[in-house]
Design a protein around this ligand. Structure first.
Ligand SMILES: C[S@@+](CC[C@H](N)C(=O)[O-])C[C@H]1O[C@@H](n2cnc3c(N)ncnc32)[C@H](O)[C@@H]1O
Length: 216
């Protein structure tokens, strides 16, 4: 993977097609300013819960990995061989993630999920989603699903912690209805399990939905 600039450039002309992906958030500026309220300093509780009962192995992609807490939780599973890659379009986020001690061979790359190189196609056994889907503009969601389907091997797994109804009316984070998730994912992914996590970060309790899906 190469360092990519954000193809969701705010300067994309309306109607060019790129406006679908236009992200009004300057993620790099937020990291540089330390304006990162999503960084709780540890992995998503719902991911920790899953890992306690279900190992995640093989090549694992974490899109929008930010400070990398989830990446390190995946890389440090005891007795499990997982090659975990966190990608984020913000160089400052990648720099921050790399500043933590290595947990188990993980690595981080500065890449845009919507502009991944061909080497990522059908490469991953797992994609682990936490607060990337809710961070992107809702208009880019079908592109998101295409990107996830592209990087997964046939039969590859997708674990997502969806942030369904954030307390803040204006996103990001952008909420989502279960019906929309089904409409987006059901055509290419079987739903294996769905549950409400027992633990969540403060303010997110009862607002998250976990899904385990498999790409057909
Ligand atoms: C709300 S933050 C969450 C970060 C991390 N998942 C966490 O929970 O700490 C969303 C992250 O997604 C990244 N991001 C947004 N759009 C992206 C894209 N198209 N490709 C890769 N990363 C993206 C942002 O830079 C940011 O780090």
């Amino acid at each position: 993977m190469n360092a990519n600039t954000n193809s969701a450039s705010p300067s994309a002309p309306p109607g060019s097609g790129d406006d679908q992906l236009t992200d009004p958030v300057d993620w790099e500026a937020r990291y540089r300013a330390g304006d990162t309220p999503w960084d709780e300093g540890y992995a998503a509780p719902a991911l920790t819960e899953l890992l306690a009962r279900h190992p995640i192995h093989g090549e694992v992609l974490v899109p929008g990995s930010g400070p990398g807490h989830d990446v390190r939780a995946l890389a440090s599973q005891s007795g499990i061989r997982a090659k975990v890659i966190g990608i984020d379009l913000s160089p400052a986020a990648v720099e921050l993630a790399r500043s933590y001690p290595n947990a188990g061979g993980e690595h981080y790359e500065c890449s845009d999920l919507f502009d991944l190189p061909a080497s990522c196609t059908a490469r991953f056994d797992w994609v682990v989603e936490h607060t990337c889907f809710c961070a992107i503009p809702p208009s880019a969601r079908s592109r998101y699903v295409t990107a996830i389907a592209d990087v997964l091997k046939p039969g590859g797994h997708y674990f997502a912690i969806f942030y369904m109804n954030p307390a803040t009316p204006e996103g990001p984070p952008h909420g989502v209805a279960s019906e929309e998730i089904s409409n987006l994912f059901d055509p290419n992914f079987d739903l294996l399990q769905e549950w409400r996590p027992v633990e969540a970060f403060e303010g997110r309790m009862g607002r998250e939905l976990c899904q385990l899906r498999r790409k057909r």
